[in-house]
Ligand binder design. Structure first.
Ligand code: MRU
Length: 336
């Protein structure tokens, strides 16, 4: 059965409950985070992940902190803002995390002196932020679908689906929109090492939605381009700099270079909460380096490992950036 937004992440009075994405597709198990430190751990281990979903987790985390903070106004405000700072720093690359935290915090700006009211305001804001992100994804899907022909064979990477956004998806939202319109997309799904978010999560979501797809070893993607079996690429984003340079899951840059070499359109799909006007270009985007152990036990214990979670695709390789407000083309200017 397909997931509802509340199945992916929801705020309860005493917890943020997430579907544990580390266990999918074998197990569909919820992880109940009853404190901000537990939610931060869930974020760090990728039980909840994907830039827009991280924003939702950040907003809900602030509401959870408020629910558990002391009721004396000054202490309440100190506790909530300290928790907000820890949440925003839990992962560095996806700007949405800090955006979600900030969105929730700003809902309390008139009620800091009345903690009971502030608790209600923060919880309402966190749930509203979740609903708005899902709605933004639906609009991204509709705008993006116009860029593809019927029967398009589309390549994506990692998971930019409902799981990554709290519902519907960005890159997978475009593909869902095509499918819902009866326009018969099919999808190449690179496995996306080291954590196999393509093979585990995207393949699972596409299967649930009944969308034809095939999983590929990462190293096989170039051969599909060479055979002319890819008509277009659509990927998500973790942070888009002011000039359009885009950080996304490691391997995205290689996909963009391949698309460019083979004359295949390359699109980024993301809500405007992923665009960071304070980051001028890709060189300023912090890239998360993850634990060597994620590469698995086959690496000799004394071999050094590099495990960057993201890379940056320069704007020059991106044909369009699909947002809820429409499609931006190079040279990218997002202020309007
Ligand atoms: O490390 P993750 O799983 O949080 O990274 C997520 C991605 O990079 C996804 O590919 C996605 O494009 C961005 S979120 C829609």
């Amino acid at each position: 059965m397909e997931l509802a937004p509340a199945d992916i992440i929801r705020l309860e009075p005493d917890a943020v409950v997430v579907l544990d994405q580390t266990l999918l597709p074998q197990l569909r198990t919820e992880r109940r985070c009853v404190s901000v430190p537990e939610l931060i751990t869930a974020i760090r281990v990728l039980a909840i992940r994907g830039a827009p979903a991280l924003g939702v987790a950040g907003a809900m985390g602030v509401a959870l902190a408020a629910a558990q903070a002391p009721t004396e106004p000054a202490a309440f405000r100190r506790a909530v803002t300290a928790a907000a700072a820890m949440l925003a720093a839990a992962r560095p690359t996806a700007v949405n995390l800090a955006v979600g935290v900030q969105y929730a915090l700003s809902a309390a700006h008139d009620s800091w002196e009345q903690p009971e009211q502030a608790r209600r305001d923060l919880a309402t804001a966190a749930r509203a932020f979740h609903a708005a992100e899902v709605e933004r994804c639906r609009r991204i899907g509709a705008h993006g679908a116009a860029l593809f022909d019927d029967g398009a064979r589309i390549c994506t990477i990692c998971n930019a689906g409902a799981l990554a956004t709290g519902g519907y998806g960005t890159a997978l939202g475009v593909i869902r929109s095509l499918h819902e319109a009866g326009r018969a997309p099919s999808v190449w799904v690179p496995e996306t090492r080291p954590l196999l978010q393509g093979a585990r999560l995207t393949a699972w979501e596409l299967g649930q939605a009944g969308i034809p797809h095939r999983v590929l070893p990462d190293g096989a993607v170039a051969s599909r381009f060479a055979l002319g079996e890819i008509d277009g690429v659509v990927v998500g984003a973790d942070r888009i700099a002011a000039n359009g340079d885009t950080a996304n899951k490691i391997g995205t840059y290689a996909l963009a270079v391949l698309a460019h070499h083979h004359g295949v359109p390359f699109h980024v799909a993301a809500p405007r909460t992923t665009i960071d006007p304070a980051t001028p270009d890709g060189a300023a985007i912090p890239i998360e380096e993850r634990a060597p152990a994620e590469l698995g036990a086959t690496v000799p214990a004394d071999s050094p490992v590099a495990n960057p979670a993201f890379d940056v695709t320069p704007a020059a390789l991106i044909d369009s950036i699909i947002t809820e407000d429409g499609v931006f083309r190079r040279p990218f200017a997002f202020d309007a």
